[in-house]
Design a protein around this ligand. Structure first.
Ligand code: GLY
Length: 460
């Protein structure tokens, strides 16, 4: 069986042999792109090349890119733990052409790698194309019967990195895990039996702020393959969490908690272990690349992720910091590929531990209070969601998650009104503290979680 390490290497080698330059992953924290908080795709670091505002001294590239999808256009947070193939942090294997090759090579080489090198059963592969892309459709006919080539519309087959930026029609490869290879109707149906493994984007446009599409001066190729997904496929397991990418972390959590893990069920312990294993990767890689949990922007996204993981850890009996103890095992399995996590292991552990300790001070009481609210009102009002946020440090999405698990409503609009009122209070308190006046030293306190990005939006 191929290890994940070998799979990553073989992808890079395959394209290197086709004259691609192997490049480093960009830091996962999006430094310098105001449209993004975190890198959400391999192409982000090449955005300037696509837009024609930057150049490279190569026209073909290949890499594995660290990605985080927890906010903005690409947000997989809610699925994590409950399904087997979405992650907040993942690696995206990608190959690029900058004004060099286009659809023909992108399609043929993807086929060659999957079926020639990795020997995947061709009968399990489906291709999708953008509904009007006859050219890609016809190219796929060289490899696949028409019963396994499918047309989809913008939602599935027109890829955009965010509200603005490079974009274009795409062609995806899906892998059919059904026993009788009969999964055509499950393509793009959010069903784990047929999953997307690779997206070939044919970059042609720039989406402008007014929504218009502007043609790029030349065409490019941008592909993204889910590393953890292809690893699951090649290792013959149905869940990404059963691969050697996640198993070391899951085994450690199982050992520390004394609970057993089941890949087949969504019992409380198994969901918690998946969430913790996923979220610790996001925390470690983001912190290694310069983000710190905090009250705004990227920092608040990390805080939400950590508090969500803490609450799941609490579900399986951890009442003291535990995420910090998982960093070492992650470093052991990935520290040679991404040396930044090894170099900063102790910093990551320290920051994660301090964050866990501070949340654990209020978590228990917050959970008790939420139970009282549910018992008293059968729902969570906006005022109560705000109280949980302001007094117990519960990010709104954590409250919403608990509400969803209990099958009750939480008033998001009411919560937002309270947030807005708090922001106004804190703005006017600041105004009253103009230098030299000193008249409002005892003005209303700035609430603990005062924060302009409390929902962590704004990412691409
Ligand atoms: N840029 C290709 C993808 O993210 O799927």
């Amino acid at each position: 069986m191929l290890t994940s390490r070998e799979i990553r290497r073989q992808f890079l080698d395959f394209f290197e042999q086709k004259q691609h330059r192997i490049v480093e992953s960009a830091p996962v924290v999006a430094h310098g792109d105001p449209t993004l908080m975190f890198i959400n795709a391999g192409m982000n670091q090449f955005k300037d090349v696509f837009l024609g505002t930057g150049t490279r001294d190569y026209s073909r590239a290949v890499d594995t890119q660290k990605c985080i999808r927890v906010s903005g256009k690409h947000n997989d947070l809610e699925e994590v733990g409950y399904d087997t193939y979405h992650h907040t942090f993942f690696e995206m294997l990608g190959n690029w052409s900058f004004g060099d090759y286009y659809k023909r090579e992108a399609i043929d080489w993807s086929w060659e790698l999957l079926t020639g090198v990795w020997k995947l059963d061709p009968e399990r592969i489906h291709a999708t194309v953008y509904r009007t892309d006859d050219e890609a459709y016809d190219m796929w006919k060289d490899h696949l019967p028409e019963s396994r080539i499918h047309r989809f519309d913008e939602k599935d087959n027109f890829w955009e990195m965010g509200a603005t930026g490079p974009c274009g029609p795409c062609s995806e490869l899906h892998y059919d895990r059904t026993p009788d290879k009969n999964g055509a109707s499950l393509v793009n149906a959010d069903d784990p039996r047929v999953i997307e493994i690779w997206n070939l984007v044919f970059m042609q446009y720039n989406r402008l702020e007014n929504g218009d599409l502007q043609s790029l001066s030349t065409t490019h190729v941008d592909t993204g393959m889910g590393f953890e997904r292809i690893t699951a496929v090649l290792q013959g397991v149905n869940s990404n969490y059963d691969t050697d990418v996640f198993q070391p972390i899951i085994s450690r959590i199982a050992k520390l908690s004394g609970k057993s893990y089941s890949s087949e069920t969504n019992d409380e312990a198994s969901v918690a272990m998946r969430v913790m294993a996923d979220h610790v990767r996001t925390l470690a890689f983001a912190i290694a690349d310069g983000a710190i949990p905090g009250n705004t922007g990227q920092g608040y996204v990390l805080r939400r992720v950590l508090r969500r993981a803490s609450r799941y850890a609490r579900n399986i009996g951890f009442t003291t910091p535990v995420l910090c103890d998982l960093v070492a095992i992650l470093v052991e399995s990935m520290g040679d590929v991404f040396p930044e996590i090894a170099e900063q292991q102790h910093t990551i552990e320290r920051i994660v531990k301090a964050e866990e300790e501070s949340f654990l001070l209020t978590l228990e009481n917050g959970l008790k209070r939420i139970e009282e609210m549910i018992e008293a009102e059968g729902q969570i009002s906006g005022a109560n969601a705000f109280l949980l946020y302001d007094t117990f440090g519960f990010p709104f999405d954590l409250t919403a998650l608990i509400a969803r698990e209990r099958g009750i409503e939480v008033d998001e609009e009411g919560f937002n009104e309270h947030m807005q009122a708090q922001k106004e209070r804190s703005r006017s308190a600041q105004k009253d503290q103009l230098p030299g006046t000193n008249r409002n030293l005892h003005a209303s306190r700035t609430p603990r979680n005062s924060d302009s990005a409390y929902r962590g939006t704004g990412d691409g």
